[in-house]
Design a protein around this ligand. Structure first.
Ligand SMILES: *Cc1c(COP(=O)(O)O)cnc(C)c1O
Length: 396
């Protein structure tokens, strides 16, 4: 078998991966080309919420592989309807717009919000604005990077798409000032993942919901990373009892097997798009829909959300004990944590390399912040093992 131990020189250098080459995975564990095992505390940025090679998801994908995988939306397929019905029911909404990647789903929500603004709200053609938050991460397409305030994501990729206003995240007053008659949507992550698992003040999202109702603006929640069990609830918005107009979903929706994303909303909003106005060759394909349906069925029982909630309490309790012992702060919800490493201990990158040497995979987000997001199938003793490794790195 051909084993590759260093990243190929033929791969464009848009990432700087940790020095490990993975070859297989099972549950919360992955194995490298030399047979070394690691606990996966990144879970592909929450795309692997159900662990690697979950038997139910592998079975659903394998069965579908042998039937039919792609029809295009020129024809209906027998998996799309059941997937859409199950996902709409999970989200308590009417309609599902299937796409593939998270960025595509965000782009789709932007198109829906603009069309809704012109056709329903009566915003003059070509003038719609969407308010977004500082520190946002919504993907890598040209329109989305236009409203990023992270230089590495944004700079040198202009000219930029107009129609976006950036306000400080978590600041309802700033949001109130930015919303005017041209505003069609507020687009937010209910917890900001890439920014370092930033949890807004508890009254923020309810106030955003109230402001959007008052000003007749859509509340679009980008739950691509925060959704589908990660925070101990189906959606992060559930933590504060808020229901957005549109959910943007991705990552875990594809079970870590295929890219599956979706915009989910009610008829009065998502129904504005007419045949021919939006589409995707692969969106809603039978393989994606079969896997997505199994993902939704798994979430419908609530068992993964419960695991995330209960084990998340344990994870956070253990991490909080390290504040003052090499950690400056711990944030998050469920099995999702952002930890700020004391810079005197080392950079986030250096800590992740030391964790790698101890058999734990994690990834720094910005500077000295590390995100911990194990698959929701992780066991309590595996959490202890990973936190023990972190403690060893921080206090050695
Ligand atoms: C990862 C992510 C995206 C982009 O998803 P891709 O599948 O990488 O395009 C969008 N929004 C949020 C909140 C994300 O975390």
């Amino acid at each position: 078998m051909l084993h590759s131990r260093t990243p190929s020189l033929s791969v464009a250098r848009t990432y700087s991966p940790l020095p490990v080459t993975l070859a297989s995975g099972q549950g919360a564990w992955v194995t490298d080309v030399d047979g070394r095992r690691y606990l996966d505390f990144l879970a592909a940025y929450s795309a692997v919420n159900f662990g690697h090679s979950h038997p139910r998801l592998v079975a659903a994908a394998t069965a579908q592989l042998q039937r039919i995988t792609l029809t295009s939306r020129a024809f209906d397929n027998d998996r799309l309807g059941p997937f859409a019905e199950a996902l709409a029911s999970l989200a308590r909404k009417d309609l599902v717009l299937p796409m593939n990647t998270g960025a595509e789903a965000v782009e789709s929500a932007i198109k829906v919000a603009r069309a809704w603004g012109y056709r329903r709200k009566g915003v003059p053609a070509g003038t719609a604005t969407i308010v977004v938050a500082s520190g946002n991460f919504h993907g890598r397409t040209t329109t989305i990077v236009s409203f990023s305030d992270d230089p590495g994501t944004h700079d040198d990729f202009g000219p930029y798409t107009p129609g976006f206003r950036i306000v400080p995240y978590g600041d309802i007053r700033a949001l109130r000032t930015a919303v005017d008659d041209s505003t069609v949507a507020v687009l937010l992550e209910p917890i900001q993942g890439e920014a370092g698992v930033i949890v807004p003040p508890p009254d923020y999202l309810p106030a955003v919901r109230a402001l959007c109702d008052e000003r007749r603006v859509l509340f679009v929640a980008d739950e691509v990373q925060s959704g589908l069990g990660r925070t101990g609830t189906t959606f992060a918005c559930d933590l504060v009892g808020v229901v957005p107009d549109l959910y943007v979903l991705g990552k875990a929706l594809g079970g870590g097997i295929v890219p599956v994303s979706a915009v989910v909303g009610n008829e009065d909003v998502l129904g504005v798009l007419r045949p021919g106005e939006h589409g995707s060759t692969f969106g809603g394909n039978p393989l994606a829909a079969a896997v997505g349906l199994e993902v939704v069925r798994m979430l419908a029982s609530g068992e993964f959300q419960a695991r995330s909630r209960e084990l998340g309490e344990h994870l956070h309790e253990r991490l909080r004990a390290l504040v003052g012992q090499g950690l400056l702060a711990v944030r998050g919800a469920g099995l999702w944590a952002g930890v700020d490493v004391d810079p005197s201990v080392g950079t986030g990158r250096a800590v992740c390399e030391a964790l790698l040497a101890r058999g734990v995979l994690a990834k720094d987000t910005h500077g000295s912040t590390i995100r911990l997001a194990p698959p929701l199938v992780v066991e309590r003793h595996e959490i202890d093992r990973a936190v023990d490794a972190l403690e060893d790195v921080l206090t050695r």
